[in-house]
Ligand binder design. Structure first.
Ligand code: F6R
Length: 609
């Protein structure tokens, strides 16, 4: 949610900033801009639209050569999507870019207005710039000015700031928003996430919250409020440069769907001893779960859907009562305190503000937190007592696929681990299920990907429709919830996921002749009930497509178009089904000419509550 980037060094900064913005664009793509410092002045170029629009604007402007610049790609929070609201914002000496939200901006906007300041944008960022300029005019000391302003600002931020009379220096600071710094061979870098830094440096540092960072020709320094300064301690990045590239695919989403077999293997790799699940590689004590009597799972969006599926597995296999909470609701309605509660926070980005807030609320109550995270060293990973990384590799498409896939895999693994500890399932069965997850499930995903053209025909059945229903029972309902979200977010077709048995309690009144219904059925025990639900909608004229286990196909053939999935166990069924529903959403979006990687109004990591 908003990407920021900065560079100061020996090379021309502009190509580095635009390249960095292209990589960070998945964080927000309402507008883009940069500010170049040099020759005693700051030049700002910004516009609504994508980074390519900014590049076009740069081409039409006199070439800027500078060794120090900052850039921003925006996901609008305060103020509409306009050129004026695009970042960077300049007030007097100060030019800055911002990711986050200043919560007391209204109060300061009013006070500054009374003092005679005229705002030229609707953003909270300009308020911060105006306050900083006012402080800087008094002190002429950037550190004193920044620390002074931080005392009066409330909210979340990562700022990168330059001053008109210090044109080779960048200052930066973060609070509840991501910011990384890295020393490259040709200069110093800052960015919102690692993907923008991997081409320039193999190590990085996450500065502590509230500590101002100075980047200049001498290097990068952490400058503390008491006047002391330190060099950052860098750590090795686990990310490969090529992992954040499209690698021959038309879209990142397609690439990431196709990467799921290897992502699934990577998620499970090394977490096994003698054929049984084992987390000692993650320094998770073997007895970690022994006193757990209740599990709360918090997450948002697709991660929450992974949790929904995981909760069903955990309860079925371990008998531990497990409840899934929408993270943004959790802290306002926390269940009564109960000894032995464990919170599992799930997040691909590791930055989601709602999930982070829920995690903090749980910690404040003394509830231990285990995080399942993809992006390394992010806030949720750092603040949890223990983290299990999903190792899916960078996920660039805004709609998650391999992130979700590996979250489900790890929850499954946890469930098997607990089943073994508690002896709720025989060891041989656990070994067999783990082998299915590791070996058969990746193959099942590949087999579905190979049938893409068939799924494209299913997508074709949705042509001309602007609403539909997904239905399923049990874990198929959890998968349907994700299928429906995937379709909505990238193709803009309204769909609703329903527990199949619930439709008849009201919503079935929306079924008309031709209404598309996509039904999932992979659970033998629920197949007959599913058939009744399919017949209920088919007899009212719905155009039903059933995705089911191949062995159940004949049941549905009379009432629906059937897409049979070759899957002989729960493990292959779940991963085959998730791949099929991702590809249906993908094909539908492509048929409608949508930008699948950057759907409208969305951004990859949602760092505001
Ligand atoms: C949907 C999607 C979102 C995220 C949600 C949580 O495709 O990507 O619903 O799943 O915003 O994000 P993370 O997992 O980064 O916390």
């Amino acid at each position: 949610m908003c990407g920021i980037i900065g560079y100061t060094g020996r090379q021309n900064a502009i190509p580095k900033i635009t390249a960095g913005l292209s990589v960070l664009e998945y964080r927000g793509y309402d507008s883009a801009g940069l500010a170049a410092a040099g020759n005693g002045r700051i030049t700002t170029i910004k516009c609504c639209g994508r980074v390519k629009d900014l590049e076009e604007k740069l081409r039409q402007t006199e070439e800027i050569i500078t060794t120090c610049a900052i850039g921003h790609t925006r996901w609008a929070t305060h103020g509409g999507v306009t050129d004026r609201n695009a970042h960077p914002h300049t007030v007097g000496y100060v030019t800055l870019v911002h990711n986050g939200i200043i919560e007391n901006e209204k109060e300061w906007r009013e006070r500054l207005t009374l003092d005679g300041y005229h705002f030229s944008s609707e953003t909270d960022t300009e308020v911060a710039a105006a306050l900083l300029n006012r402080a800087y005019q008094k002190t002429k000391d950037p550190l004193q000015a920044i620390y002074g302003v931080l005392e009066i600002l409330r909210g979340s931020y990562a700022f990168a700031m330059i001053f008109a009379d210090r044109t080779d220096e960048i200052y930066a600071v973060r609070q509840d928003s991501p910011l990384l710094i890295a020393q490259g061979e040709d200069g110093c870098y800052l960015a919102s996430d690692l993907t923008a830094l991997v081409s320039y440096a193999s190590t990085y540092c996450v500065p502590d919250e509230g500590v101002v960072v100075r980047l200049n020709q001498d290097g990068i320094f952490l400058c503390y409020k008491d006047g002391t300064q330190k060099e950052p301690i860098y750590q090795q990045s686990g990310m490969q440069h090529a992992a954040a590239e499209r690698g021959g695919y038309d879209t990142f989403m397609k690439k990431e769907i196709c990467e799921q077999p290897q992502a699934l293997r990577a998620a499970l790799n090394g977490r096994e001893a003698e054929g049984l699940p084992d987390f000692s590689i993650n320094a998770l004590p073997t007895d970690f779960f022994d006193n757990v009597h209740r599990i709360h799972i918090v997450a948002c969006g697709s991660a929450m859907h992974a949790g929904l599926l995981g909760a069903r597995l955990l309860e079925r296999d371990t008998g531990i009562p497990t409840t899934i909470f929408i993270a943004s609701e959790y802290r306002y309605h926390m269940p009564p305190k109960e000894e032995g509660t464990l919170l599992i926070a799930i997040s691909q980005s590791g930055e989601t503000a709602d999930t982070l807030a829920a995690l903090r609320a749980a910690k404040a109550r003394g509830i231990p937190v285990l995080a399942i995270v993809n992006a390394e060293n992010t806030a949720i990973a750092r603040e949890a007592a223990h983290v299990l990384y999903t190792h899916a590799g960078p996920e660039i498409a805004v709609a998650t696929t391999k992130g979700y896939c590996t979250q489900v895999a790890l929850l499954w693994m946890i469930s098997l681990f607990l089943s073994n500890r508690r002896k709720t399932i025989a060891q041989d069965t656990i070994k067999e299920r783990l082998a299915f997850l590791k070996e058969s499930a990746p193959k099942a995903i590949s087999a579905v990907i190979a049938r893409e053209s068939e799924l494209s025909h299913i997508a074709e059945r949705l042509d001309g429709h602007d609403r539909l229903f997904y239905i399923g029972r049990g874990r198929d309902y959890a998968l349907a919830a994700e299928g429906s979200l995937k379709l909505k977010e990238i193709s803009y077709v309204h769909s609703e996921a329903y527990a199949a048995g619930e439709l008849k309690h009201g919503t079935i009144s929306l079924i008309e002749p031709g209404t598309p219904v996509i039904a999932f059925c992979t659970e033998d025990a629920l197949a007959e009930k599913m058939l009744s639900n399919v017949r209920e909608v088919a007899s009212r004229g719905a155009s039903v497509t059933v995705l089911c286990k191949a062995s159940l196909s004949s049941l549905f053939l009379q009432s629906a178009v059937v897409f049979p999935l070759d899957c002989e166990n729960d493990e292959t069924a779940v991963f085959a089904m998730m791949t099929a529903m991702q590809l249906i959403a993908y094909e539908t979006a492509r048929r409608r000419g949508c930008d699948v990687d950057k759907p409208r109004n969305l951004a990859k990591s949602v760092t505001v509550e």
